[in-house]
Write a protein that binds this ligand. Structure first.
Ligand code: SF4
Ligand code: SF4
Length: 148
């Protein structure tokens, strides 16, 4: 799991406001290549194995934008992949239909993954960014009983 979460290219630089240019400041005709080399069938290559260039958003981290974060509880997860499908930032890491965790370099803390998680209790919950993940897991709620 560590090998998937921490990769050489992922989140190596902070994406700050000073790097952004307005729509009318972009030089016409400039091409920012997503990859350092020619890549074929990129959809069949795992993200951590793709030769992303420094211009690709994969190499920039936006972790400092977040004030709340999702914490993942493996013990409750049923690997339904709902969170993976719905995350607007492709920040859910899943391999062979097994949920592995959150890509905290790119997650913006929107909470969509928590909303769509169907388990009881949820397998993903939002916590303050500063909360330690182990401590968050220790506070996990119990299963809610159905009201009669
Ligand atoms: S909080 Fe939002 S960006 Fe982060 S993993 Fe969940 S759905 Fe994706
Ligand atoms: S939506 Fe919830 S149960 Fe489904 S894979 Fe994601 S964390 Fe697991």
């Amino acid at each position: 799991m560590k090998g998937v979460l921490a990769t050489e290219k992922r989140g190596i630089r902070e994406l700050g406001a000073e790097e952004m240019v307005g729509w009318d400041e972009v030089t016409q005709g400039v091409v920012l290549h997503s990859f350092d080399t020619e890549v074929e069938n990129v959809a069949h290559i795992r993200p951590e194995e793709r030769p992303y260039s420094d211009f690709n958003s994969y190499t920039a981290t936006v972790a400092s934008w977040r004030v709340i974060k999702p914490v993942y509880n493996r013990d409750v997860c049923i690997d339904c992949q709902n969170c993976w499908v719905w995350c607007p930032d492709t920040s859910i890491i899943s391999r062979d239909k097994q949920m592995l965790g959150i890509d905290y370099d790119h997650c913006k803390g929107c909470g969509v993954c928590v909303e769509v998680c169907p388990t009881n209790p949820k397998s993903l919950l939002m916590f303050a960014e500063a909360e330690d993940n182990e401590e968050a897991l220790a506070k996990w709620p119990e299963k809610k009983k159905k009201e009669k």
